[in-house]
Design a protein. Structure first.
Length: 344
């Protein structure tokens, strides 16, 4: 693929264009094959593009949008009133064949609903799932889903997530025979809710899935599994709790600017400790892996954190680039056809 074009919902998220536009320019500067369609209010975007490098502007186009879906809007109401919004137009550009994928930091429920409505799930998938790839202690990566697209899931959906997660780990992360685990409140087979135990029973008898059993939340970063499966409620809470702890941990080890005078050796120790923490744990910084891929659709849709900063939103764009280049939807569709029963 020589030319890759993505649509960005520039108005979504907590900060809108003042984060999404600089992030877009940053990614354009690092990827000469990338073209971006910025969907949003031209009056809000123009000042942020006024001083941009003309070379970058040549690979960028502003697509006008009348309005934006509020982050706190009820998804059902937002979807009904979505015509003309930056999020919907960005998704419609996929259907029109003008882009290969889109990125939005907007309302998660609305993005999920609109993507399912406009782009359609793959054959064999009931509902798409939000997936991210996070680093672990073994300097490897763990695929985690669902992260909030589906608050309630039955056993069939969890099995579908397991298949998609295994494909991601094998085809994209590059792990042969990826280990798949279900997130639960204990590792004993008798633990957990009925739908989790039912999913475990199915996965045990699915030869194409390397199912290793239950794991608890404290194993998310240990590298004990390559794929961690859960419903959207548990996944969202787990991931955000982990990210919060990592951010607090890193911030506590930064030098305090109002801590008074320090002896030279304390300053040296503080700097050394900071450098060691960044080197040892910097890969766990949530900004480095921002962006959850909405798996199970015919095209690539990436959901960024609503509170993403410039670097985090740029990471989400980069993830969309990788998903398109590696043909993630096509690879998942091929595996689903061989593994899952056809839906009615």
């Amino acid at each position: 693929m020589t030319r890759l074009t993505l649509a960005l919902d520039t108005m979504g998220g907590d900060f809108g264009p003042r984060v999404t536009v600089p992030a877009a320019l940053q990614v354009l500067a690092s990827n000469v094959q990338l073209h971006l369609l910025l969907v949003g209010n031209p009056d809000a975007l123009s000042p942020l593009l006024a001083k941009a490098d003309p070379v970058l502007l040549a690979r960028l186009q502003v697509i006008p949008a009348e309005s934006v879906i509020a982050g706190d809007a009820k998804p059902s109401q937002a979807i009904r009133a979505s015509r003309g919004t930056s999020m919907r137009i960005a998704l419609e550009l996929i259907n029109d064949g003008k882009v290969q994928g889109c990125v939005s930091a907007g309302n998660t429920g609305a993005l999920m609903g609109l993507a399912k409505l406009l782009i359609k799930p793959l054959e064999g998938i009931e509902r798409p799932a939000l997936m991210t790839v996070i680093p672990n202690q073994l300097r490897s990566k763990t695929v985690v889903l669902d992260l909030g697209a589906n608050i309630e899931c039955d056993s069939t959906m969890l099995v579908q997530f397991a298949v998609m997660g295994a494909v991601m780990a094998e085809e994209v992360v590059g792990i042969a025979q990826p280990r798949v685990a279900l997130l639960n409140i204990g590792e004993e087979e008798t633990k957990g809710l009925d739908h989790i135990r039912a999913a475990a029973a199915i996965l045990k008898n699915t030869p194409t899935i390397n199912y290793i059993g239950y794991l608890e939340g404290n194993d998310l970063l240990t590298g004990k599994t390559d794929v961690m499966i859960c419903d959207g409620f548990v996944g969202n809470v787990t991931l955000k709790t982990m990210e919060g702890v990592v951010r607090v941990f890193i911030s506590l080890l930064k030098s305090s600017k109002d801590g008074g005078k320090q002896t030279w050796w304390l300053k040296w120790l503080s700097r050394w400790l900071q450098a060691w923490v960044v080197k040892r744990f910097g890969h766990l910084n949530p900004d480095q892996y921002n962006g959850a891929c909405l798996l199970g659709l015919h095209s690539t849709v990436i959901k960024s954190h609503g509170a993403a900063n410039l670097h985090a939103f740029a990471a989400a764009i980069e993830q969309a680039v990788q998903a398109v280049q590696r043909q993630v939807p096509e690879r998942i569709a091929a595996r689903l056809e061989a593994v899952l029963p056809k839906s009615d």
